[in-house]
Write a protein that binds this ligand. Structure first.
Ligand code: UT7
Length: 329
């Protein structure tokens, strides 16, 4: 029996125009370019401005470009999955809105919420539908408008996050390239270290929750940092080991972009040099579900068919995971 693999056959990204620099943040909160750069690696991030524009606006731009560059008609798409933690609405799903905006009609679409690991969760789910032979073309999107839930008076979080979107096309690969392995994990031990307390069904938004600033992201950074360093490195090493990959076999590490020091620790644990690590945190900050597809988009020209990639992420929940992908084009 031939195994059908789900391969990424195209990638596209979109970031909004407005650039929020460290210099501008220095005027907003008690911080410095030196602190932000040395502790996180971030120099600037993009912010979506404009009344009534949500995550779907950026995601739809990314998907439109993806369909056009891969020569895919909206009517050819079988399924669309959107990973996001900042959906436009509680319901309907952002995936539903994206389909409407790009002219995709009457297919299945849904959102995945796994914080910064969302894109890896969505890719894992999408790949199952290809591997079973049920679908031939699946769009997987990672998109977040973090500026909608960031408190720009809180220096411990506002310097970290940015807005953006990335999208990939998944198709069956006849040569056996594509998503070869996936590990996804979660542990509720992290639920109070990184979360948005109000706005869901436990604490619906009220004047009181807004006054307490519970509608913003809360993060106990140093605690999350410790878990992230250990788990992102461990899971990356685990996916390498169980696929008998040595460091020299890995062409690229594609890590979630939360903190340059977490990325360096992961690369170090995998035994790979920083020249093989995709990094764009300096330009975009942490765009949550969008970091990994935005990296693939930025580095697309440097990828070759058959390259071994390890995609790795860690995020709120906690959630984390790693995928082994053989690049297909
Ligand atoms: O993507 C989802 C997962 N999220 C992450 O992986 C993020 C994980 N956390 C981090 O990236 C890091 O914890 C931070 C960058 C948020 C902080 O770095 P750190 O090494 O964990 O902490 P630190 O010791 O460098 O800094 C902590 C100190 C605190 O001051 P005190 O209490 O030690 O006096 C903070 O108040 O740094 C202070 N601080 C700042 N100072 C200047 C926090 N934010 C800032 C700031 N500017 N923006």
């Amino acid at each position: 029996m031939t195994t059908i693999r789900a391969a990424i056959t195209g990638v596209n990204g979109y970031v909004p125009e407005y650039i929020l620099t460290n210099a501008e943040l220095e005027k907003m909160v008690d911080t410095s370019d030196e602190w932000i750069t040395s502790r996180t690696g971030i120099k600037e991030r993009r912010i979506l401005k404009g009344e009534g524009l949500g995550t779907s606006h950026m995601a739809a731009r990314a998907v439109e470009g993806l369909l056009s560059k891969t020569g895919t008609a909206p009517s050819d798409v079988d399924l669309l999955i959107c990973a996001t933690t900042t959906p436009d609405y509680v319901f309907p799903s952002t995936a539903n809105l994206i389909c409407d905006m790009v002219g995709i009609r009457a297919i299945g679409s849904f959102d995945i919420q796994a914080a910064c690991s969302g894109f890896l969760y969505a890719l894992t789910i999408g790949s199952q539908f290809i591997e079973t032979g049920k679908y031939k073309k699946i769009v997987v999107v990672g998109a977040d408008k973090m500026s909608a839930i960031v408190d720009y008076t809180d220096r411990t979080t506002c310097v970290l996050f940015g807005d953006g979107a990335g999208a990939v096309l998944l198709e069956p690969d006849p040569d056996g390239n594509g998503i070869l392995d996936s590990i996804i994990r979660s542990d509720g031990v992290g639920q109070h270290h990184l979360f948005q307390k109000a706005g869901g069904s436990r604490y619906p938004s009220t004047r009181d929750t807004v006054e307490k600033r519970w509608h913003y992201v809360y993060q106990d950074g140093p605690s999350v940092f410790k878990f992230a360093v250990k788990n992102m490195a461990d899971v990356s090493a685990e996916v390498m080991e169980r696929n008998h990959l040595k460091s020299e076999d890995v062409a690229w590490l594609v890590p979630h972009q939360a903190n340059k020091r977490i990325i360096e620790a992961t690369a170090n644990r995998m035994g790979i040099g920083m020249e093989k690590v995709m990094i764009n945190i300096q330009r975009y900050g942490n765009t949550t579900a969008a970091t990994i597809p935005l990296c693939l988009f930025d580095y697309e020209a440097q990828l070759h068919k058959g390259d071994n990639l390890i995609l790795a992420a860690f995020g709120g929940g906690f959630t984390w995971g790693a995928l082994y992908v053989k690049w297909a084009y």
